[in-house]
Design a protein around this ligand. Structure first.
Ligand code: ATP
Length: 470
Protein backbone atom coordinates (compact mmCIF):
# COMPACT_ATOMS: atom_id res chain seq x y z
CA UNK A 1 0.00 0.00 0.00
CA UNK A 2 3.00 2.29 0.45
CA UNK A 3 3.01 4.96 -2.25
CA UNK A 4 -0.24 3.57 -3.67
CA UNK A 5 -2.41 5.98 -5.62
CA UNK A 6 -5.88 6.21 -4.22
CA UNK A 7 -8.92 8.33 -4.91
CA UNK A 8 -11.27 9.82 -2.38
CA UNK A 9 -14.14 7.42 -1.80
CA UNK A 10 -17.34 9.36 -2.39
CA UNK A 11 -20.70 7.99 -1.31
CA UNK A 12 -24.17 9.54 -1.41
CA UNK A 13 -26.77 9.16 1.32
CA UNK A 14 -30.39 9.93 0.51
CA UNK A 15 -32.41 10.52 3.66
CA UNK A 16 -36.15 9.78 3.97
CA UNK A 17 -38.63 12.61 3.34
CA UNK A 18 -39.31 14.62 6.49
CA UNK A 19 -42.76 15.64 7.72
CA UNK A 20 -42.76 18.96 5.92
CA UNK A 21 -41.79 17.34 2.64
CA UNK A 22 -44.46 14.67 3.05
CA UNK A 23 -47.12 17.22 3.97
CA UNK A 24 -46.37 19.30 0.92
CA UNK A 25 -46.29 16.07 -1.12
CA UNK A 26 -43.40 17.27 -3.20
CA UNK A 27 -42.04 15.13 -5.98
CA UNK A 28 -38.88 13.08 -5.59
CA UNK A 29 -35.87 14.47 -7.43
CA UNK A 30 -33.45 11.60 -6.90
CA UNK A 31 -33.92 7.98 -7.86
CA UNK A 32 -31.47 5.35 -6.62
CA UNK A 33 -30.96 3.14 -9.69
CA UNK A 34 -28.53 0.71 -8.09
CA UNK A 35 -25.80 0.71 -5.46
CA UNK A 36 -23.57 2.95 -7.60
CA UNK A 37 -25.93 4.93 -9.80
CA UNK A 38 -28.29 7.73 -8.94
CA UNK A 39 -30.64 9.53 -11.33
CA UNK A 40 -31.12 13.21 -10.57
CA UNK A 41 -34.37 14.86 -11.67
CA UNK A 42 -36.02 11.85 -13.28
CA UNK A 43 -39.10 12.07 -15.50
CA UNK A 44 -42.35 12.17 -13.58
CA UNK A 45 -44.90 9.43 -14.02
CA UNK A 46 -47.85 11.25 -15.45
CA UNK A 47 -51.00 10.43 -17.30
CA UNK A 48 -51.02 10.95 -21.03
CA UNK A 49 -52.02 14.54 -21.77
CA UNK A 50 -53.27 15.88 -25.10
CA UNK A 51 -53.43 19.51 -26.16
CA UNK A 52 -55.43 20.30 -29.28
CA UNK A 53 -55.24 16.62 -30.18
CA UNK A 54 -51.45 16.43 -29.86
CA UNK A 55 -49.83 14.25 -27.14
CA UNK A 56 -47.76 16.47 -24.81
CA UNK A 57 -44.57 15.31 -23.07
CA UNK A 58 -45.46 17.34 -20.01
CA UNK A 59 -48.84 18.25 -18.61
CA UNK A 60 -47.48 21.69 -17.74
CA UNK A 61 -46.23 22.97 -21.06
CA UNK A 62 -44.47 25.92 -19.42
CA UNK A 63 -42.35 23.57 -17.29
CA UNK A 64 -38.70 23.00 -18.25
CA UNK A 65 -37.58 19.48 -19.21
CA UNK A 66 -36.21 17.24 -16.52
CA UNK A 67 -32.43 16.97 -16.22
CA UNK A 68 -32.45 13.13 -16.05
CA UNK A 69 -28.82 13.18 -14.96
CA UNK A 70 -27.26 9.78 -14.31
CA UNK A 71 -24.39 10.00 -11.87
CA UNK A 72 -22.08 7.30 -10.57
CA UNK A 73 -20.48 7.18 -7.14
CA UNK A 74 -18.62 4.60 -5.09
CA UNK A 75 -21.84 3.76 -3.29
CA UNK A 76 -25.35 5.16 -2.99
CA UNK A 77 -27.23 4.68 0.28
CA UNK A 78 -30.97 4.94 0.09
CA UNK A 79 -33.40 5.93 2.83
CA UNK A 80 -33.55 2.30 4.01
CA UNK A 81 -29.84 2.16 4.82
CA UNK A 82 -28.92 2.89 8.42
CA UNK A 83 -25.79 4.26 10.13
CA UNK A 84 -24.62 0.72 10.95
CA UNK A 85 -24.48 -0.22 7.24
CA UNK A 86 -22.58 2.95 6.35
CA UNK A 87 -20.16 2.32 9.21
CA UNK A 88 -19.54 -1.30 8.09
CA UNK A 89 -18.79 -0.29 4.51
CA UNK A 90 -17.20 3.13 4.83
CA UNK A 91 -15.48 3.75 8.13
CA UNK A 92 -14.74 0.29 9.54
CA UNK A 93 -12.15 -0.31 6.78
CA UNK A 94 -10.59 3.05 7.70
CA UNK A 95 -9.96 1.86 11.26
CA UNK A 96 -7.84 -0.99 9.91
CA UNK A 97 -5.91 1.53 7.80
CA UNK A 98 -5.35 3.73 10.86
CA UNK A 99 -3.92 0.73 12.73
CA UNK A 100 -1.61 0.13 9.77
CA UNK A 101 -0.25 3.67 10.05
CA UNK A 102 -2.34 5.70 7.58
CA UNK A 103 -4.07 8.98 8.38
CA UNK A 104 -7.79 8.77 7.59
CA UNK A 105 -10.64 11.29 7.25
CA UNK A 106 -14.39 11.17 6.94
CA UNK A 107 -16.35 14.21 5.69
CA UNK A 108 -20.09 14.67 5.73
CA UNK A 109 -21.26 17.24 3.24
CA UNK A 110 -24.69 18.56 2.25
CA UNK A 111 -27.26 21.30 2.63
CA UNK A 112 -28.98 22.18 5.88
CA UNK A 113 -31.27 19.37 7.07
CA UNK A 114 -29.82 16.85 4.59
CA UNK A 115 -28.70 14.49 7.36
CA UNK A 116 -25.03 15.27 8.03
CA UNK A 117 -25.26 15.38 11.83
CA UNK A 118 -27.58 12.37 11.82
CA UNK A 119 -24.91 10.45 9.89
CA UNK A 120 -22.01 11.58 12.06
CA UNK A 121 -23.56 11.65 15.53
CA UNK A 122 -26.75 9.63 15.03
CA UNK A 123 -29.74 9.67 17.27
CA UNK A 124 -30.73 8.00 20.56
CA UNK A 125 -31.78 4.82 18.75
CA UNK A 126 -29.11 4.80 16.05
CA UNK A 127 -25.55 5.79 17.04
CA UNK A 128 -23.66 7.68 14.35
CA UNK A 129 -20.40 7.00 12.57
CA UNK A 130 -18.23 8.77 15.17
CA UNK A 131 -19.26 6.46 18.01
CA UNK A 132 -19.35 3.28 15.87
CA UNK A 133 -15.93 4.05 14.40
CA UNK A 134 -14.39 4.84 17.78
CA UNK A 135 -15.84 1.65 19.28
CA UNK A 136 -14.21 -0.35 16.48
CA UNK A 137 -10.95 1.54 16.98
CA UNK A 138 -10.89 0.57 20.66
CA UNK A 139 -11.72 -3.07 19.77
CA UNK A 140 -8.75 -3.20 17.43
CA UNK A 141 -6.52 -1.41 19.94
CA UNK A 142 -7.46 -3.87 22.70
CA UNK A 143 -6.62 -6.80 20.43
CA UNK A 144 -3.11 -5.39 19.95
CA UNK A 145 -2.32 -4.31 23.49
CA UNK A 146 0.19 -7.16 24.06
CA UNK A 147 2.30 -5.96 21.13
CA UNK A 148 1.86 -2.20 21.23
CA UNK A 149 1.41 0.58 23.72
CA UNK A 150 -1.19 3.17 22.73
CA UNK A 151 -1.61 6.81 23.73
CA UNK A 152 -4.92 8.20 22.52
CA UNK A 153 -5.97 11.82 22.66
CA UNK A 154 -8.91 13.55 21.05
CA UNK A 155 -9.74 17.08 19.99
CA UNK A 156 -13.10 18.52 18.98
CA UNK A 157 -12.95 21.87 17.21
CA UNK A 158 -15.40 24.03 15.38
CA UNK A 159 -14.75 26.58 12.69
CA UNK A 160 -17.39 29.28 13.04
CA UNK A 161 -17.21 32.55 11.13
CA UNK A 162 -13.61 31.63 10.25
CA UNK A 163 -12.63 31.28 13.90
CA UNK A 164 -11.33 28.04 15.39
CA UNK A 165 -12.87 27.18 18.79
CA UNK A 166 -12.23 24.27 21.15
CA UNK A 167 -15.61 22.59 21.69
CA UNK A 168 -14.42 20.53 24.67
CA UNK A 169 -13.19 23.48 26.71
CA UNK A 170 -15.32 26.17 25.03
CA UNK A 171 -12.20 28.27 24.49
CA UNK A 172 -10.86 30.15 21.52
CA UNK A 173 -10.34 31.55 19.03
CA UNK A 174 -7.23 29.43 18.49
CA UNK A 175 -4.50 30.29 16.03
CA UNK A 176 -3.37 28.00 13.22
CA UNK A 177 0.38 27.72 12.65
CA UNK A 178 2.40 25.59 10.28
CA UNK A 179 5.43 23.52 11.20
CA UNK A 180 7.31 20.67 9.52
CA UNK A 181 4.50 18.23 10.42
CA UNK A 182 1.79 20.40 8.86
CA UNK A 183 -0.85 22.68 10.36
CA UNK A 184 -0.89 22.88 14.14
CA UNK A 185 -3.59 24.45 16.31
CA UNK A 186 -1.65 26.48 18.83
CA UNK A 187 -2.68 26.06 22.45
CA UNK A 188 -4.72 22.93 21.72
CA UNK A 189 -4.34 20.27 24.44
CA UNK A 190 -5.49 16.80 23.47
CA UNK A 191 -7.91 15.09 25.83
CA UNK A 192 -6.73 11.58 26.65
CA UNK A 193 -9.40 8.86 26.42
CA UNK A 194 -9.36 5.19 27.30
CA UNK A 195 -12.59 3.73 25.89
CA UNK A 196 -15.41 4.50 23.42
CA UNK A 197 -18.00 5.01 26.16
CA UNK A 198 -16.01 7.94 27.57
CA UNK A 199 -16.29 9.48 24.13
CA UNK A 200 -20.08 9.73 24.27
CA UNK A 201 -19.91 12.20 27.17
CA UNK A 202 -17.23 14.21 25.41
CA UNK A 203 -19.22 14.33 22.15
CA UNK A 204 -22.36 15.38 24.03
CA UNK A 205 -20.40 18.12 25.78
CA UNK A 206 -18.83 19.27 22.51
CA UNK A 207 -22.17 19.33 20.69
CA UNK A 208 -23.76 21.39 23.43
CA UNK A 209 -21.03 23.94 22.81
CA UNK A 210 -21.48 23.85 19.04
CA UNK A 211 -23.05 26.87 17.39
CA UNK A 212 -26.58 26.00 16.35
CA UNK A 213 -29.42 28.10 15.03
CA UNK A 214 -32.69 27.01 13.49
CA UNK A 215 -33.05 27.24 9.72
CA UNK A 216 -36.15 26.68 7.61
CA UNK A 217 -34.93 23.18 6.92
CA UNK A 218 -33.63 22.23 10.32
CA UNK A 219 -34.68 23.37 13.79
CA UNK A 220 -31.26 22.42 15.17
CA UNK A 221 -29.09 23.49 12.32
CA UNK A 222 -25.33 23.40 12.99
CA UNK A 223 -23.93 26.66 11.74
CA UNK A 224 -20.27 25.68 12.09
CA UNK A 225 -17.92 23.06 10.74
CA UNK A 226 -17.11 20.50 13.46
CA UNK A 227 -13.77 18.71 13.29
CA UNK A 228 -13.36 15.71 15.58
CA UNK A 229 -9.86 14.20 15.59
CA UNK A 230 -8.33 11.20 17.29
CA UNK A 231 -4.55 11.26 17.59
CA UNK A 232 -2.99 7.88 18.27
CA UNK A 233 0.62 7.23 19.18
CA UNK A 234 1.57 3.56 18.85
CA UNK A 235 4.76 2.19 20.38
CA UNK A 236 5.97 -1.28 19.40
CA UNK A 237 6.84 -2.97 22.69
CA UNK A 238 9.65 -5.10 21.20
CA UNK A 239 11.49 -2.46 19.22
CA UNK A 240 10.40 0.79 20.84
CA UNK A 241 9.45 2.18 17.42
CA UNK A 242 6.77 4.85 17.51
CA UNK A 243 4.34 6.19 14.94
CA UNK A 244 1.55 8.71 15.16
CA UNK A 245 -1.66 8.56 13.13
CA UNK A 246 -4.73 10.73 12.96
CA UNK A 247 -8.35 9.90 12.30
CA UNK A 248 -10.51 12.94 11.49
CA UNK A 249 -14.31 13.06 11.33
CA UNK A 250 -15.66 16.29 9.92
CA UNK A 251 -19.28 17.42 10.05
CA UNK A 252 -19.42 20.37 7.67
CA UNK A 253 -21.94 23.16 8.04
CA UNK A 254 -24.82 23.22 5.55
CA UNK A 255 -23.76 23.91 1.99
CA UNK A 256 -27.00 25.76 1.07
CA UNK A 257 -26.81 29.19 -0.45
CA UNK A 258 -26.84 31.97 2.20
CA UNK A 259 -30.03 33.41 0.69
CA UNK A 260 -31.89 30.12 0.99
CA UNK A 261 -31.69 30.18 4.81
CA UNK A 262 -33.48 33.55 4.71
CA UNK A 263 -30.97 34.93 7.21
CA UNK A 264 -30.43 38.60 7.82
CA UNK A 265 -27.82 40.44 9.87
CA UNK A 266 -25.71 38.02 11.95
CA UNK A 267 -27.37 35.00 10.32
CA UNK A 268 -26.53 36.35 6.86
CA UNK A 269 -22.90 36.93 7.86
CA UNK A 270 -22.84 33.39 9.28
CA UNK A 271 -24.22 31.97 6.02
CA UNK A 272 -21.77 33.98 3.98
CA UNK A 273 -18.88 32.74 6.13
CA UNK A 274 -20.01 29.13 5.81
CA UNK A 275 -20.18 29.64 2.09
CA UNK A 276 -16.75 31.27 2.02
CA UNK A 277 -15.11 28.28 3.69
CA UNK A 278 -17.12 25.76 1.66
CA UNK A 279 -16.26 27.68 -1.48
CA UNK A 280 -12.58 27.49 -0.47
CA UNK A 281 -13.04 23.77 0.19
CA UNK A 282 -14.71 23.40 -3.22
CA UNK A 283 -11.83 25.27 -4.90
CA UNK A 284 -9.29 22.97 -3.21
CA UNK A 285 -11.30 19.93 -4.33
CA UNK A 286 -11.43 21.26 -7.91
CA UNK A 287 -7.69 21.95 -7.99
CA UNK A 288 -6.89 18.58 -6.45
CA UNK A 289 -9.19 16.89 -8.97
CA UNK A 290 -7.38 18.69 -11.82
CA UNK A 291 -4.03 17.61 -10.41
CA UNK A 292 -2.87 21.21 -9.91
CA UNK A 293 0.38 21.84 -8.09
CA UNK A 294 -0.89 24.84 -6.16
CA UNK A 295 -3.86 24.11 -3.91
CA UNK A 296 -5.35 27.22 -2.23
CA UNK A 297 -5.57 25.78 1.29
CA UNK A 298 -4.76 29.18 2.78
CA UNK A 299 -8.00 30.69 1.48
CA UNK A 300 -9.92 29.75 4.64
CA UNK A 301 -9.26 28.41 8.11
CA UNK A 302 -11.35 25.34 7.33
CA UNK A 303 -9.14 24.36 4.39
CA UNK A 304 -5.97 25.15 6.33
CA UNK A 305 -7.15 22.88 9.12
CA UNK A 306 -8.11 20.10 6.71
CA UNK A 307 -5.01 20.38 4.52
CA UNK A 308 -3.61 17.00 5.50
CA UNK A 309 -7.07 15.37 5.49
CA UNK A 310 -7.84 16.19 1.87
CA UNK A 311 -4.83 16.21 -0.37
CA UNK A 312 -2.13 14.95 1.91
CA UNK A 313 -1.15 11.50 2.90
CA UNK A 314 -4.66 10.57 3.91
CA UNK A 315 -7.31 8.00 3.05
CA UNK A 316 -10.55 9.94 2.74
CA UNK A 317 -14.26 9.10 2.58
CA UNK A 318 -16.78 11.80 1.69
CA UNK A 319 -20.43 11.20 2.51
CA UNK A 320 -22.64 13.60 0.59
CA UNK A 321 -26.10 13.84 2.14
CA UNK A 322 -29.16 14.79 0.13
CA UNK A 323 -32.88 15.07 0.65
CA UNK A 324 -35.06 13.37 -1.97
CA UNK A 325 -37.56 16.22 -2.08
CA UNK A 326 -38.00 18.78 -4.87
CA UNK A 327 -38.09 21.42 -2.08
CA UNK A 328 -34.30 21.19 -2.04
CA UNK A 329 -33.83 20.70 -5.81
CA UNK A 330 -30.97 23.21 -6.19
CA UNK A 331 -29.13 22.11 -3.04
CA UNK A 332 -29.33 18.44 -4.00
CA UNK A 333 -28.07 19.24 -7.51
CA UNK A 334 -25.16 21.29 -6.11
CA UNK A 335 -24.25 18.59 -3.58
CA UNK A 336 -24.18 15.91 -6.28
CA UNK A 337 -22.00 18.13 -8.51
CA UNK A 338 -19.64 18.87 -5.59
CA UNK A 339 -19.41 15.16 -4.79
CA UNK A 340 -18.71 14.14 -8.37
CA UNK A 341 -15.83 16.65 -8.45
CA UNK A 342 -14.40 15.18 -5.24
CA UNK A 343 -14.56 11.72 -6.84
CA UNK A 344 -11.84 12.80 -9.25
CA UNK A 345 -9.27 13.60 -6.56
CA UNK A 346 -6.36 11.20 -6.54
CA UNK A 347 -3.85 11.08 -3.74
CA UNK A 348 -0.71 9.11 -3.08
CA UNK A 349 -0.90 7.21 0.16
CA UNK A 350 2.14 6.77 2.31
CA UNK A 351 2.37 4.91 5.57
CA UNK A 352 3.36 7.29 8.35
CA UNK A 353 7.08 7.37 8.89
CA UNK A 354 8.09 5.52 11.99
CA UNK A 355 9.38 7.99 14.47
CA UNK A 356 11.42 7.13 17.47
CA UNK A 357 12.56 8.85 20.61
CA UNK A 358 15.88 6.98 20.63
CA UNK A 359 18.88 9.32 21.01
CA UNK A 360 21.53 9.68 18.28
CA UNK A 361 24.04 7.62 20.34
CA UNK A 362 21.65 4.66 20.13
CA UNK A 363 21.93 4.66 16.32
CA UNK A 364 25.72 5.16 16.38
CA UNK A 365 26.04 2.14 18.67
CA UNK A 366 23.60 0.12 16.55
CA UNK A 367 25.59 0.93 13.37
CA UNK A 368 28.91 -0.01 15.04
CA UNK A 369 27.42 -3.31 16.31
CA UNK A 370 26.17 -4.12 12.83
CA UNK A 371 29.59 -3.30 11.34
CA UNK A 372 31.20 -5.76 13.80
CA UNK A 373 28.62 -8.38 12.93
CA UNK A 374 29.42 -7.96 9.21
CA UNK A 375 33.16 -8.35 9.89
CA UNK A 376 32.52 -11.48 11.95
CA UNK A 377 30.39 -13.02 9.20
CA UNK A 378 32.96 -12.14 6.55
CA UNK A 379 35.68 -13.94 8.55
CA UNK A 380 33.50 -16.97 9.06
CA UNK A 381 32.76 -17.08 5.37
CA UNK A 382 36.47 -16.94 4.54
CA UNK A 383 37.25 -19.77 6.98
CA UNK A 384 34.53 -21.96 5.44
CA UNK A 385 35.80 -21.33 1.93
CA UNK A 386 39.34 -22.29 3.00
CA UNK A 387 38.10 -25.47 4.67
CA UNK A 388 36.21 -26.47 1.56
CA UNK A 389 39.28 -25.96 -0.60
CA UNK A 390 41.42 -27.99 1.82
CA UNK A 391 38.96 -30.87 1.73
CA UNK A 392 39.00 -30.89 -2.04
CA UNK A 393 42.79 -31.16 -2.20
CA UNK A 394 43.02 -33.78 0.61
CA UNK A 395 40.47 -36.21 -0.73
CA UNK A 396 42.03 -39.54 -2.28
CA UNK A 397 41.56 -40.24 -6.02
CA UNK A 398 39.12 -42.95 -6.98
CA UNK A 399 40.75 -46.47 -6.41
CA UNK A 400 39.76 -48.54 -9.47
CA UNK A 401 42.17 -51.39 -8.67
CA UNK A 402 40.67 -51.94 -5.26
CA UNK A 403 37.18 -52.00 -6.73
CA UNK A 404 38.21 -54.51 -9.41
CA UNK A 405 39.80 -56.80 -6.80
CA UNK A 406 36.50 -56.78 -4.92
CA UNK A 407 34.62 -57.64 -8.12
CA UNK A 408 37.06 -60.58 -8.62
CA UNK A 409 36.44 -61.78 -5.09
CA UNK A 410 32.69 -61.70 -5.63
CA UNK A 411 33.03 -63.61 -8.92
CA UNK A 412 35.22 -66.24 -7.23
CA UNK A 413 32.75 -66.80 -4.42
CA UNK A 414 29.93 -67.18 -6.96
CA UNK A 415 31.82 -69.82 -8.97
CA UNK A 416 32.70 -71.66 -5.72
CA UNK A 417 29.03 -71.64 -4.87
CA UNK A 418 28.10 -73.07 -8.28
CA UNK A 419 30.73 -75.78 -7.86
CA UNK A 420 29.20 -76.91 -4.57
CA UNK A 421 25.68 -76.69 -5.91
CA UNK A 422 26.37 -78.98 -8.91
CA UNK A 423 27.21 -82.20 -6.96
CA UNK A 424 24.34 -81.52 -4.59
CA UNK A 425 21.92 -81.32 -7.51
CA UNK A 426 23.46 -84.47 -9.04
CA UNK A 427 23.18 -86.34 -5.77
CA UNK A 428 19.57 -85.23 -5.41
CA UNK A 429 18.68 -86.45 -8.91
CA UNK A 430 20.51 -89.79 -8.39
CA UNK A 431 18.60 -90.31 -5.17
CA UNK A 432 15.34 -89.71 -7.08
CA UNK A 433 16.39 -92.20 -9.82
CA UNK A 434 17.20 -94.84 -7.26
CA UNK A 435 13.85 -94.29 -5.58
CA UNK A 436 11.91 -94.73 -8.85
CA UNK A 437 14.06 -97.67 -9.86
CA UNK A 438 13.19 -99.38 -6.53
CA UNK A 439 9.54 -98.70 -7.14
CA UNK A 440 9.73 -100.13 -10.68
CA UNK A 441 11.56 -103.19 -9.41
CA UNK A 442 8.79 -103.86 -6.96
CA UNK A 443 6.29 -103.50 -9.79
CA UNK A 444 8.24 -105.79 -12.03
CA UNK A 445 8.57 -108.45 -9.33
CA UNK A 446 4.87 -108.31 -8.66
CA UNK A 447 4.23 -108.58 -12.43
CA UNK A 448 6.71 -111.43 -12.77
CA UNK A 449 4.94 -113.36 -10.11
CA UNK A 450 1.70 -112.95 -12.01
CA UNK A 451 3.31 -113.72 -15.42
CA UNK A 452 4.97 -116.85 -14.16
CA UNK A 453 1.50 -118.01 -13.41
CA UNK A 454 0.65 -117.22 -17.08
CA UNK A 455 3.88 -119.04 -18.43
CA UNK A 456 6.35 -116.03 -19.03
CA UNK A 457 10.04 -116.80 -18.28
CA UNK A 458 12.22 -114.99 -15.71
CA UNK A 459 14.61 -113.77 -18.49
CA UNK A 460 11.82 -111.90 -20.25
CA UNK A 461 11.04 -110.11 -16.94
CA UNK A 462 14.77 -109.07 -16.62
CA UNK A 463 14.56 -107.69 -20.16
CA UNK A 464 11.54 -105.53 -19.33
CA UNK A 465 13.35 -104.40 -16.19
CA UNK A 466 16.50 -103.27 -18.06
CA UNK A 467 14.40 -101.01 -20.42
CA UNK A 468 12.90 -99.20 -17.52
CA UNK A 469 16.23 -97.55 -16.45
CA UNK A 470 15.96 -93.74 -16.64
N1 ATP B 1 -31.22 8.95 7.38
C1 ATP B 1 -32.09 9.54 8.20
N2 ATP B 1 -33.07 8.84 8.77
C2 ATP B 1 -33.94 9.41 9.61
N3 ATP B 1 -33.93 10.72 9.94
C3 ATP B 1 -32.97 11.50 9.43
C4 ATP B 1 -31.99 10.95 8.52
N4 ATP B 1 -31.19 11.94 8.16
C5 ATP B 1 -31.61 13.05 8.80
N5 ATP B 1 -32.67 12.79 9.56
C6 ATP B 1 -33.43 13.75 10.38
O1 ATP B 1 -33.50 14.98 9.64
C7 ATP B 1 -33.27 16.09 10.47
C8 ATP B 1 -32.10 16.94 9.95
O2 ATP B 1 -30.95 16.16 9.96
P1 ATP B 1 -29.52 16.70 10.42
O3 ATP B 1 -29.62 17.54 11.64
O4 ATP B 1 -28.62 15.55 10.47
O5 ATP B 1 -29.19 17.64 9.20
P2 ATP B 1 -27.84 18.40 8.91
O6 ATP B 1 -27.46 18.07 7.52
O7 ATP B 1 -26.83 18.14 9.96
O8 ATP B 1 -28.33 19.89 8.95
P3 ATP B 1 -27.54 21.25 9.39
O9 ATP B 1 -26.51 21.50 8.35
O10 ATP B 1 -28.60 22.29 9.35
O11 ATP B 1 -26.99 21.00 10.74
C9 ATP B 1 -33.02 15.55 11.86
O12 ATP B 1 -34.21 15.63 12.60
C10 ATP B 1 -32.64 14.12 11.64
O13 ATP B 1 -33.01 13.29 12.72
Amino acid sequence: MVGEESKIRVVIRVRPNNRRELEQSQRTVVKVIDQETILFDPDEDEDEFFFQGVKQNHRDITKRTNKKLNMEFDRIYSEEDNNETIFEECTKPLVTSVMNGYNCSVFVYGATGAGKTFTMLGSDYSPGLTFLTMRELFNQINALRDERKFDIGISYLEVYNEQVMNLLTKTGPLKLCEDSHGVVVSGLVLKPIFNAEELINLLTLGNKNRTQHPTDANAESSRSHAVFQVHIRMTEKKTGQKRTVKLSMIDLAGSERAASTKGIGVRFKEGASINKSLLALGNCINKLADGSKHIPYRDSNLTRLLKDSLGGNCQTVMIANVSPSSLTYEDTYNTLKYASRAKKIRIVLKQNILRTNMPKDYFIKKATDLQHEIEKLKNLNKQLEEKLQQQQTDSKPFDEMLLNSWFDKIDASYSALFKVQEPIMNAQSKERILYYRGKLKECAERGMAELSLDGVTVDEVSLINSHCIF
